[in-house]
Design a protein around this ligand. Structure first.
Ligand code: PLP
Length: 388
């Protein structure tokens, strides 16, 4: 059976060109970039070339990019780094109620250590209101962290407006751009961010590598102590093959981004329209227009997301319910609850995230298969019985 992968927001296959670029750095060019002989310098050269690519993609300078082990580390670094640097000035952080666990759990950790965190509510489409950000600012606020686009329901946040507010108030602004970098234009100066998190495995790069953009002049305590790598901001021997792969993935993404975004938007809208037309009692989660080109998230009443997933899997279709990180738990997604969905509606959610190898035939296949699955599940659903 041919499998259909529609979970690109969880992770992507690595582009064959990326694999090809990485391979020599496991074998021939395996040197430690901190060494001065040719092996090391070869690795160092490749590392800096990758840094160049990543910086260019987001309008940053090379020295503003610090490689990390992924998006989670970048989020931790940004938030804890600012919190501990700015502690003498204040202890208040503003974030949203729809952030990824990497941000939410970091904020909760800081709350247990005496910081105060405001979790801003969102509207029914998942949008943060910039005026709410403004109202939440106090003289103790040291950081605002709002994600660029949500990984579960795809809504793109008004980062430009929030960036303006943060800048006017002289408060550091961090955005988690793990789902947007390489997919839609991201420019750190247009967005007016001081810190921005990225991850390679969401853009056809390898897992275990990401980066934090740190605007020049931003004061940030490092939390990895050891050697002097990454200008002493992140100790540990660099993951050279990973970084090289990240650099190549970024280069490819930059070349293909506008065409891909257009192609995926068409497929996305075809899937949304088809699902809403062919399955009754179904709603779209997230913003209808202001959403990632590759994200489809729907709630189907009277069925469990997990049952739909298992049945889709039997047909070779991979999707998710909630985010990959929360799908192993029975808790309804905090993101969908924040939109005002009931726990039942959140449990009945399905996310399809499209990507480089998604075709129109695959979308048609989902539109053919899912209505049948829902009809079968509803026929035996106690949820539907109690509704009647
Ligand atoms: N932030 C967002 C919005 C994500 O979607 C993810 C991954 O799902 C992460 C952070 C964590 O990134 P990583 O898996 O590279 O640690």
């Amino acid at each position: 059976m041919r499998r259909i992968y529609l979970d690109y927001a969880a992770t992507t296959p690595v582009h064959p060109e990326v694999v090809k670029t990485m391979l020599p750095y496991f074998t021939d060019a395996f040197g430690n970039p901190s060494t001065i002989y040719s092996y090391g310098q070869e690795a160092k050269g490749a590392l800096e070339e990758a840094r160049d690519n990543v910086a260019a993609l987001i309008g940053a300078r090379d020295e503003e990019i610090v490689f990390t082990s992924g998006g989670t580390e970048a989020d931790n670094f940004a938030i804890k780094g600012v919190a501990y640097t700015k502690e003498p000035k204040g202890n208040h952080i503003i974030t949203s109620s729809i952030e990824h666990h990497a941000v939410v759990e970091t904020c909760k950790f800081l709350e247990r250590r005496g910081f105060r965190v405001t979790y801003l509510t969102v509207d029914e489409y998942g949008l943060v209101d910039p005026d709410d950000v403004k109202r939440a600012i106090t003289d103790k606020t040291i950081l605002i962290s709002v994600m660029h686009a949500n990984n579960e329901m795809g809504t793109i946040e008004p980062i430009v407006e929030i960036g303006r507010i943060a800048r006017e108030a002289g408060i550091y602004f961090h955005t988690d751009a793990v789902q947007t970098v390489g997919h839609i234009p991201v420019d750190v100066n247009e967005l007016r961010v001081d810190l921005l998190s990225m991850s390679a495995h969401k853009l056809c790069g390898p897992k275990g590598i990401g980066a934090l953009y740190i605007r020049k002049g931003t004061k940030l305590i490092s939390f990895m102590h050891g050697g002097e790598q990454e200008r002493r901001r992140r100790a540990s021997t660099e993951n050279v093959p990973g970084i090289v792969g990240f650099g190549k993935a970024v280069e490819l993404a930059q070349q293909e981004m506008s065409e891909e975004a257009e192609r995926l938007t068409c497929l996305r809208d075809q899937l949304i329209k088809g699902l809403l037309e062919r399955i009754d009692h179904t709603r779209l989660n997230g913003h209808p227009l202001n959403r990632l080109p590759n994200n489809v998230n729907v709630s189907v009443d009277f069925v469990e997301g997990e049952s739909m997933l298992l049945n889709l899997d039997l047909e070779g279709i991979c999707a998710s319910t909630g985010s990959a990180c929360s799908s192993s738990s029975l808790e309804p997604s905090h993101v969908l609850l924040a939109l005002g969905l009931s726990p039942e509606q959140a449990h009945g959610s399905l996310r399809f995230s499209l990507g480089k190898w998604t075709s129109e035939e695959e979308i048609e296949q989902v539109l053919d298969v899912l209505p049948r699955i829902v009809a079968k599940l509803r026929a035996m659903s106690p949820l539907l019985e109690s509704h009647r």
